[in-house]
Design a protein around this ligand. Structure first.
Ligand code: F6R
Length: 353
């Protein structure tokens, strides 16, 4: 039920703060100890010499963020793969691989094909899914819930943030984030609401920067590059504005030639190490006429930025940085009088290869 919301997508964007709290309540006990992830899972994962995250679309983008947690906190090399590619061109695997399937629906045919292949080869697999008791959760050796609650809008929003959060929790069960993850998740939930409270700002950005535009860019570096891919998918899949998500440093190797007067370029700037370089790239596209819209963390912001993101641990910033993009996509689509929840040519669950 949409309640007072005009579209499920907006309701689901707003629900992300509650989802973050629900995930923390499920995976941490009162004392802040992790719970709900059996030793069978963590023992098996610790035996692995490499993790292979396999997923499609938005879930693949969540995996690109999760990779960072498994590598940085758990010290396990991690690869992220597009299911439809992996299924027919399996890369050379390490000696002891462990597979993680990420899926909202648990029914994505491309991912199921890979799981079938992996099982035949005898490798262990864990599914993180929003819909439990789905094919991918039943057929993997292990399954953990991502607890986003029912997601109705075709464009995935809360399932993405939930997948990122649960990967962070799983990685923290294997290693050490170096900060109090439970406390930080409480902060994340508060700050998600602080961003979703700013709807008018994003409505205005969508209605001005994207007005009459047929193409747009999202750029970032590091984790922001991963979020840029998801941000671009959100905008293009519902508003039909052709949007490219780009690792900002790659622009100069070709794509910058697409920049024209007024081309909207959204820059996500939450990673300190590369903030200076990204500022340079923003200046380069601006010099070629782009209409730059910078969304930056509080400590990295400068005069003229379009939105200041509240700050949490830098590695958790993707959870906050994606929300403006979700809202900009929503309002750009509304402004075009399109059906936000049901974009053309798309199904919520892609059960064919
Ligand atoms: C985009 C979107 C899709 C799905 C993809 C995988 O908003 O929803 O890209 O993420 O089809 O679906 P699941 O996660 O159900 O395996």
């Amino acid at each position: 039920d949409k309640g007072a919301y005009p579209y499920y997508m907006l309701k689901e964007i707003d629900e992300q703060a509650v989802v973050a709290r629900n995930i923390a309540a499920h995976y941490f006990d009162e004392e802040g100890q992790l719970q709900g992830i059996g030793c069978a899972i963590t023992d098996k994962m610790k035996e692995a010499d490499r993790l292979y995250i396999v997923a499609a679309g938005t879930s693949y983008h969540a995996g690109l963020v999760g990779k960072r947690y498994f590598e940085q906190w758990a010290q396990i090399p991690t690869e992220v793969h597009i299911a439809s590619e992996f299924a027919y061109d399996q890369p050379m695997l390490s000696a002891k691989p462990f597979f993680i399937f990420l899926s909202q629906s648990g029914e994505t045919a491309d991912s199921r094909e890979v799981l079938d292949n992996v099982k035949k080869q005898g490798f262990p697999a864990l599914t993180l899914a929003n819909v439990m008791n789905s094919t991918l959760t039943r057929e993997a050796d292990f399954a953990l819930p991502v607890l986003a609650g029912p997601e109705i809008a075709v464009a995935s929003t809360k399932a993405y943030t939930a997948q990122v959060l649960v990967q962070a929790i799983l990685a923290s069960a294997l290693g050490n984030p170096g900060f109090d993850l439970k406390a930080e998740l409480a902060k994340v939930a508060v700050e998600i609401s602080a961003i979703t409270d700013e709807k008018e700002t994003f409505k205005k950005i969508a209605e001005t920067a994207l007005k009459d535009q047929k193409s747009a860019f999202y750029i970032g570096r590091g984790l922001d590059a991963a979020v840029a891919l998801e941000a671009a998918l959100k905008l293009k899949e519902i508003s039909y504005v052709q949007t490219e998500g780009f690792a900002a440093g790659e622009l100069k190797h070709g794509t910058i030639s697409l920049i024209e007067d007024g081309t909207p370029v959204f820059a996500l700037l939450t990673q300190k190490k590369t903030a200076g370089l990204l500022r340079g790239e923003v200046a380069q596209v601006a010099a070629r006429g782009a209409n730059t819209v910078v969304i930056a963390s509080k400590s990295l912001t400068k005069d003229g930025d379009a939105f200041v993101l509240p700050e949490v641990e830098e590695l958790l910033m993707p959870i906050l940085a994606v929300i403006p993009a979700q809202l900009i996509a929503y309002y750009a689509t509304l402004d075009r009088h399109l059906d936000v929840d049901r974009p053309r040519n798309l199904a919520k669950s892609v059960t064919v290869q």
